[in-house]
Design a protein around this ligand. Structure first.
Ligand code: G
Ligand code: G
Ligand code: G
Ligand code: MN
Ligand code: NA
Length: 251
């Protein structure tokens, strides 16, 4: 109840804001995109999204909060897109997808902020993608050029058999598959990652490895031709100013 009341206030007072985590292209070593992650500071304390997003969903506040977050992130990413060609990837919950106004709201935000549709990715967790009503709205958004990513791939129960029927463009390999890689990596762990990458390639999906924390893991993923990587090794989720520093260093 305290969180719900606080969230209602947060929508008004701007204490909800976005951090951004770099996504790096293994071929060039450069930042090619950013994942927006919501943050909430209440009475000086940072409340993790794992705590407040479920409350926002239960109270129906996620629609308003999600739209607010998307608008903030698109406005920021429009600048990075024009200056550095970056794309933006944003998490979307099922509750947001099921709002009949969702597609219109996304398109309006793109128009208002000037971020091209092709520079936006919406991340949906794997388990959600089995619902026909949800896949329908994703199809509409894709027709405008927005890309869809399966988030936390490998943790849900999606059937590999019909992966090719899902309206998705990008496969984000769950951190649990990446974290297990030690130095030197065990052959069975390498085989598993290689198999997921092969699956992605065979379905024309762009693969992103999440949770890359060490140089050894980064090297392994580059050797396995994983196109995109993300994780603390490349940068933690951070304020826009910190991302600007990384982008200037790389320029
Ligand atoms: O950093 P991390 O603690 O940022 O995120 C925890 C979880 O919260 C992740 O599963 C992530 O998908 C979710 N999350 C973070 N930001 C958002 C957001 O803007 N919208 C939604 N729906 N989920 C988010
Ligand atoms: O569920 P989703 O993939 O959207 O959430 C990503 C979550 O993983 C966020 O909470 C983010 O802060 C966290 N994260 C990102 N990179 C790393 C990493 O390298 N290691 C760990 N442990 N967490 C990470
Ligand atoms: O500089 P350091 O070794 O801490 O970098 C950590 C990782 O961050 C490296 O693997 C590097 O590939 C990645 N990275 C990607 N782009 C940049 C950038 O612009 N600046 C910095 N410092 N690191 C970057
Ligand atoms: Mn995500
Ligand atoms: Na994920």
């Amino acid at each position: 109840a305290r969180i719900a009341a606080g969230l209602r206030q947060a929508i008004l007072d701007g204490s909800l804001f976005m951090h951004y985590q770099p996504v790096v292209d293994t071929a060039t070593g450069r930042i090619t995109g950013v994942e927006a992650l919501m943050r909430w500071r209440q009475d000086g304390e940072l409340i993790p999204p794992g705590v407040f997003i479920p409350v926002a969903e239960q109270t129906g506040l996620i629609g308003t909060i999600g739209a607010r977050a998307l608008r903030l992130a698109c406005a920021q990413a429009a600048v990075w897109h024009h200056e550095h060609g970056l794309y933006l990837t944003v998490n979307v919950s099922t509750h947001q997808l099921r709002d009949p106004g969702f597609a219109d709201s996304v398109l309006r935000i793109l128009a208002d902020t000037g971020l091209p549709a092709a520079a936006l990715v919406l991340e949906i967790t794997e388990s959600v993608l089995v619902d026909a009503a949800d896949t329908n709205v994703l199809g509409i958004l894709r027709a405008y050029g927005i890309r869809i990513a399966i988030d936390d791939f490998g943790t849900g129960y999606s059937s590999l058999a019909y992966l090719h029927t899902l309206p998705v463009d990008i496969l984000k390999i769950d951190q649990s598959f990446i974290r297990r890689h030690q130095d030197p990596p065990r052959p069975q762990d390498v085989s598993l990652t290689r198999a997921i990458l092969e699956l992605a390639r065979s379905q024309d999906l762009l693969a992103v490895a999440e949770g890359v924390e060490t140089a050894a893991q980064a090297n392994l993923l580059r050797e396995l031709d994983c196109p995109l990587v993300q994780g603390y090794h490349f940068g933690r989720p951070a304020a826009p100013e910190a991302i600007d520093v990384l982008l200037r260093e790389a320029a």
